[in-house]
Design a protein around this ligand. Structure first.
Ligand SMILES: Nc1ncnc2c1ncn2[C@@H]1O[C@H](COP(=O)(O)OP(=O)(O)O)[C@@H](O)[C@H]1O
Ligand SMILES: [Mg+2]
Length: 211
């Protein structure tokens, strides 16, 4: 279990698919990497074992997957990433940027799938090995924006992305609740703004926080 204070350099990006998380996570990483040692990871993923769990989770043919199995696989992938990659990097003083973390599980499996939020919270404590992000950027976007971005891109949908608009609305509302409950940690951003505007906003927040 991480010591208190270890999370100071741990930053996460959250939001529904096509909200712009990965675009901004890469931009922040590229700018930060010029000033200090940092690491960009994706959850689920980042380690050999976690990437294998990711492919099970996102496989479109796994239509029979129980919501509880889904929850536990996300936590299993995360625990491996925290212990194998994140904690060692934080202990070396590196900055860790993670594209999704346990707030995704609260939003998707809790609010989206409708699993008991208390159970999901307990599972998140195990999966994260009690590591909490210091700062989290939430990209809030209208479903219409998501639809337009989806149509423009040629990315094939994974098992979670293929869920309908009502599911996405529940996840989005869930994220908004989580952000309200954690005002010290969350920055709620309008994901409909331009890539450059968002990049600058995030950069200003992070440089004020870190340096
Ligand atoms: N602020 C933005 N304005 C317009 N398009 C964007 C913006 N941010 C990202 N995009 C585009 O939307 C798509 C999804 O972005 P991405 O960063 O992959 O989202 P996510 O990681 O949240 O799924 C990409 O095609 C990307 O180029
Ligand atoms: Mg992404």
């Amino acid at each position: 279990m991480p010591e208190s204070g270890l999370n100071r350099n741990f930053i996460t990006f959250e939001g529904i698919d096509f909200s712009g998380k990965s675009t901004q996570a890469v931009r922040l990483y590229n700018r930060l990497a010029k000033k200090c040692s940092c690491l960009l990871l994706r959850d689920p993923g980042a380690t050999r074992i976690s990437e294998r769990i990711r492919s099970i989770l996102l496989d479109n043919s796994h239509t029979e997957m129980s919501y509880w199995t889904e929850l536990l696989l996300y936590e299993a992938a995360r625990a491996q990433m925290v212990e194998e990659t994140i904690v060692p990097a934080l202990e070396e003083g590196r900055i860790v940027i993670c594209d999704r973390f346990y707030d995704s599980t609260t939003a998707y499996q809790g609010y989206g799938r409708g699993l008991d939020l208390q159970f999901v919270g307990n599972a998140n404590q195990i999966g994260s090995c009690r590591l909490t992000p210091a700062k989290t950027f939430l990209f809030d976007v209208e479903p219409g924006v998501v639809r337009a971005r989806k149509e423009k891109s040629n990315r094939t949908e994974d098992r979670l992305e293929a869920e309908g608009m009502e599911f996405l609305e529940r996840v989005r509302a869930g994220y908004q609740s989580i952000a309200k409950e954690n005002p010290d940690r969350f920055y709620l951003l309008d994901g409909g703004r331009s890539v450059l505007e968002l990049e600058d906003t995030i950069w200003n927040i992070i440089t004020n926080y870190l340096f």
